[in-house]
Design a protein around this ligand. Structure first.
Ligand code: ADP
Ligand code: MG
Length: 694
């Protein structure tokens, strides 16, 4: 349970002054729907009103705070013209300008003859200085109420800066006095302040330097966040480690049969990864290992051989895929090899129903099924294994990090877990997403892969693309056409794909198929099957095909609005082609003009196919504004920390979390108790459930 002391911070954002029902939605979109979300929403700029010139000294464009005596009010003859108020000091005169003015109101705030302090941006109009709609008008005696330095927050359309400032100020007033969770020596060494001091300082920048990631207040908050992340992962890890493991050693008889049946030899990287996995399985500890490998690097075979090791030893194994399409594909790939090894393989997804389902479940429970492949249906309660020793979670990018942690923790007593991911992740990110999971990398592609010819074209040359497809089709090509990801909404994406499908169908006829996330699983399967069989030659798709789909005869990948995709995603998509013997190509269609980041992404795509390099570049390019790729990837997104710049803090947090959990695995010492608060503060509540007295 979240401690009471944090309650005010987890109240709805609408309880803050100035956030009514209308702004509430905008605030939620911008930052989140809780008070604490506004605290994490840090300023991106600042307005400096400290310049206090005389009227004769003001400069065009500067933000100035002037003190002047109010003179004549001049109302316009017609309401489209501005209302003007003359003001002066001993050096000169200027005009304060208002559009759509309410004269009665202005006469009150700017009474003739009174002294006022006015602050805003100076503009020169016909050689004369003026101030349009001052940001602040106060009496000289109220000068203290005029903020000489104002934080500027990232905004969204319709949400005024003042509202966010006001809400943030109010949120800061709610800060409870929390126990210090950081090591005092570390704080001192870094020159960091207490949490609430840091948070207040981060919201009140005094200079541009205070806005930088490395500014002490921000760095402290980022470290808090990273530590919460590492601690949460560490707790799950610890819990898994504590569960008893099994020693699983097969005699190799099934693996030999499969290896003999394979038309190729394993790469060195595959052999190495397999050895690492087998040695984990042999050890009495529970295995939690990540198999990282670029698209097409051959993870499936490695997973199969590891599963067979368990089967040889008399156990069962399971493989879970994130989508139905993928589960079926794995099943189809594994079926002949399992047959060669004399192993019973079954498929279980939401679509296996009725007596068929009951039959599979019974065979799994009795142990007749050696390997079960499926979607997350595998982890439902009704599925009971006789002796599950090994679980593979494939392409889990589609599962959130926490979902995955829960799944792996639920895998059953003594079950070794291998997580496979197709997106190579930079080492720094591996830490944030997987903590200290053991990692095997397939950093070598199977021999004989041909490079994919990658080109970029502006969208207005779509007709040329269609022509080139016509030529490709005469050479029996099969083509993917991926449609823009408009929003994170299947519905909107589907509409765009449907439209493109109609368009291409009007040109090429019935050989154009369509698959998107809103179709029924059975419809998707039948379209995919027809594409595999070659009845469909052009497959228009949304990113449902991103992960793992394998049709080796497909040789052309067209990506429409490539500028909207993240680098990792483009790489994944391109990985769908270049899998067979024929030369493949990838066309990146973009909407001109390209922004800087999008241009860089496209350039990198053309330069390299090395997934690890692409991943590093992706991280480097991923600015705060670029959420699409991140959200899709399932990697944790940080509110304050910028891992691309703070790798050093991340590894410090990793070490710190380890030390803490070694010394105080239940977080019961005083610092441990304080760290529990930190976990709640960053909403890592799941992790706390792994504590004995959580
Ligand atoms: P991943 O899941 O890593 O994207 P797959 O396991 O689907 O890759 O393998 C991609 C393709 O490469 C498959 O057709 C597979 O049979 C083939 N393959 C795997 N290992 C090798 C190898 N050592 N040599 C040649 N081809 C291989
Ligand atoms: Mg795969």
């Amino acid at each position: 349970m979240r401690p009471d002391i944090l309650f005010p911070l987890f109240a709805p954002a609408r309880t803050l002054p100035g956030i009514g029902p209308r702004l509430e939605k905008l605030v939620e979109k911008l930052a989140g729907n809780k008070v604490v979300d506004l605290l994490w929403h840090l300023p991106s700029g600042l307005i400096d009103r400290r310049s206090r010139p005389k009227i004769a000294e003001v400069r065009d464009g500067e933000i100035a705070t002037i003190e002047a005596t109010v003179g004549l009010h001049v109302a316009p003859r017609n309401s489209r013209l501005p209302y003007r108020v003359h003001v002066s000091d001993d050096t000169g005169e200027m005009q304060i300008v208002f559009f759509n003015a309410r004269p009665d109101h202005l006469l009150k705030t700017l009474p003739e003859g009174a002294r006022r302090i006015l602050s805003g941006r100076i503009e020169f109009y016909q050689g004369q200085p003026q101030l349009t709609h001052p940001d602040h008008i106060v009496r000289p005696e109220d000068m203290a109420a005029l903020p000489l330095l104002e934080p500027v927050y990232p905004l969204t359309a319709g949400l005024p800066l003042k509202a966010v400032q006001k809400a943030a100020r109010a949120a800061l007033k709610l800060l409870p006095e929390l126990p210090e969770w950081q090591d005092p020596h570390w704080l001192k060494a870094r020159g960091w302040q207490a949490w609430h001091t840091s948070l207040r300082a981060a919201h009140a920048p005094q200079s541009l330097a205070d806005l930088e990631t490395g500014a002490p207040a921000r760095a402290r908050l980022a470290y808090d966040e990273l530590l919460a992340n590492q601690l949460a992962l560490g707790l799950v890890r610890l819990r898994m480690r504590r569960l008893p493991g099994r020693t699983v050693t097969g005699d190799g008889r099934m693996r030999r049969k499969v290896i003999d049946a394979l038309p190729f030899a394993l790469t060195n990287a595959q052999t190495r990864a397999l050895e690492e996995i087998l040695s984990d399985m042999k050890s009495p500890h529970r295995m939690l290992r990540l198999l990282q490998g670029d698209v097409g690097s051959g993870k499936t075979v490695v997973a199969l051989l590891a599963m067979l090791n368990a089967v040889e030893a008399g156990f069962q194994a399971a493989m879970m895929a994130p989508t139905e399409i993928l589960a079926r594909q794995h099943h189809a790939t594994l079926a002949p090899l399992c047959a060669a090894a004399g192993v019973r393989l079954e498929l279980l997804t939401g679509r296996e129903k009725g007596s068929r389902r009951a039959e599979i479940l019974a065979a799994v429970a009795s142990g007749e099924v050696d390997i079960l492949v499926g979607t997350h249906a595998l982890f439902q309660e009704e599925v009971e294994f006789r002796a599950l020793a090994f679980a593979v979670v494939d392409e889990q990018h589609r599962f959130g990090v926490h979902q995955r942690l829960m799944l792996t923790a639920k895998g059953g007593v003594g079950t070794d877990v291998l997580v496979m991911t197709a997106t190579p992740i930079p080492r720094t990110l591996t830490l944030t997403a997987y903590g200290d999971m053991d990692v095997s990398r397939l950093d070598e592609k199977p021999p004989g892969r041909k490079p994919v010819d990658t080109r970029a074209l502006p969208l207005d040359r779509l007709d040329e693309v269609v022509e080139s497809l016509r030529r490709a089709l005469t050479k029996s090509a099969q083509i993917y056409w991926v449609c823009p990801l408009v929003e994170e909404s299947d519905e909107v994406d589907a509409a765009a794909a449907e439209e493109r499908h109609k368009h291409l169908q009007s040109i090429f006829g019935d050989i154009v198929g369509l698959v998107h996330g809103r179709m029924k699983a059975s419809e998707k399967d039948s379209v995919m099957a027809r594409f595999e069989a070659g009845d469909i030659r052009i497959l228009v798709a949304t990113t449902v095909i991103e992960v793992g789909v394998n049709v080796p005869s497909a040789t052309v990948m067209v990506i429409e609005h490539a500028e909207r995709f993240g680098l990792a995603q483009l790489h994944q998509l391109r990985g769908r082609v270049g899998r067979g013997d024929d030369k493949s190509s990838c066309l990146l269609l973009y909407q001109a003009p390209l922004g800087e980041t999008a241009a860089a992404r496209i350039r990198i795509m053309r330069e390299t196919e090395d997934g690890f390099r692409i991943a590093e570049e992706d991280l480097r390019l991923r600015g705060s504004g670029e959420l699409l790729g991140t959200r899709q990837s399932g990697l944790p997104s940080f509110r304050i920390a910028r891992i691309e710049e703070q790798a050093e803090l991340l590894s410090a947090a990793y070490d710190d979390a380890r030390l803490v959990l070694n010394a105080d695995p239940e977080l019961e010492a005083p610092r441990g108790r304080a760290l529990r608060t930190l976990l709640y503060l960053f909403e890592r509540d799941e992790a706390i459930r792994y504590l004995r007295s959580g």
